[in-house]
Design a protein around this ligand. Structure first.
Ligand SMILES: Nc1ncnc2c1ncn2[C@@H]1O[C@H](COP(=O)(O)OP(=O)(O)O)[C@@H](O)[C@H]1O
Ligand SMILES: [Mg+2]
Length: 293
């Protein structure tokens, strides 16, 4: 059995500090084999972070890259569904928990794989329920650290992190990682989304990782403000626009990313172009960073 978040937060006589530092070391060793780690963020929920994560992962996998996805949305995990591994049993190998391979061989780790496959929600255990609110942040961080440290990702070209909505989540995740190659910010063409996403861009810019750029999702759904304009104002790269396409949602529900099932449609073509632009942005980042030691 993999160790669970409560095993280290709930003590039980074990030496927590030593366990955490041992976990840090393990996490470092694991991630040394991962070339790029990219977080997909947005202050806003429902803008398509997860859908874009699944499709970008599939774009790269179709090109023969080794891709992993960590679903960092512990309370609303969707990656297992979108990449077709929901209900798959986790296998613990000599190296740790083996992430199941979903569509196109993308390796997926998600809280969804640890919970029973009914509608059981994740409940944060705390000494009393009244304390669960304050425990939550710490427990989320612990759970994510465990996911990163205990998952046998193997060698990966890219590990995508699908973050939950909320502007504070990126700092937590970034603090757990030895290196974060960059962040991708997602918005939709609405004033409300732009208001929130602007804040996420500010936070992403303050994180130790570079902002790779902004994606406008659901383009054309309503006549809202331009994502390209938002990127320009914020001084970040505009990665491209993905049109609103019900087929993209349907494909996600079936666990087969649209770029694999309908690679020629407009949304898929946009996604392939965005994946290539992100590649370019990552190459720029690694060229400007000293080699990892
Ligand atoms: N470009 C798009 N066209 C149509 N539906 C989309 C598109 N992008 C996302 N969706 C749908 O919108 C909903 C929210 O997307 P999701 O990826 O779960 O957002 P988030 O992870 O930001 O909360 C899902 O039902 C998804 O299938
Ligand atoms: Mg999501």
């Amino acid at each position: 059995m993999p160790k669970r978040y409560k095993d280290i937060t709930g003590d039980g006589g074990s030496n927590i500090a030593a366990q955490v530092s041992e976990q840090h070391a393990r996490l470092r060793a694991r991630l040394a084999e991962v070339r790029s780690i990219v977080a997909v963020v947005s202050g806003k929920g429902g803008v398509g972070k997860s859908s874009l994560t699944a499709n970008l992962a599939a774009c790269w996998a179709l090109q023969g890259r080794r891709v992993g996805v960590l679903d960092a949305d512990l309370n609303g995990p969707t990656m297992a569904t979108m990449l077709g591994v929901r209900g798959r049993r986790l296998v613990v190998g000599a190296e740790g928990v083996v992430p199941p391979e979903g569509a196109l061989g993308v390796r997926v780790m998600s809280m969804d794989l640890l919970l029973p496959s009914d509608d059981t929600p994740l409940v944060w255990e705390a000494p009393t329920q009244a304390e669960s609110y304050t425990w939550r942040g710490a427990m989320e961080a612990n759970a994510l650290r465990e996911f990163l440290a205990d998952t046998a990702w193997g060698a990966l070209d890219v590990l995508l992190l699908d973050l939950p909505p909320g502007t504070d989540r990126l700092a937590t995740v970034a603090s757990l990682l030895p290196v974060l190659s960059g962040t991708i910010v997602v918005t939709i063409p609405s004033d409300v989304a732009h208001l929130v996403v602007r804040k996420s861009i500010t936070i992403a810019a303050q994180a130790k990782a570079p902002v790779l750029g902004l994606i406008e999702n659901m383009a054309g759904l309503f006549p809202g403000p331009s994502g390209a304009e938002l990127a320009r104002e914020a001084g970040i790269r505009f990665l491209g626009a993905v049109p609103f396409d019900p087929a993209l949602a349907a494909a996600a529900d079936l666990g087969k990313p649209l770029v694999a099932s309908a690679p020629k449609c407009e949304a898929s073509r946009a996604l392939f172009a965005i994946a290539a632009t992100v590649d370019g942005a990552l190459a720029d980042v690694s060229a400007s960073r000293p080699a990892r030691g």
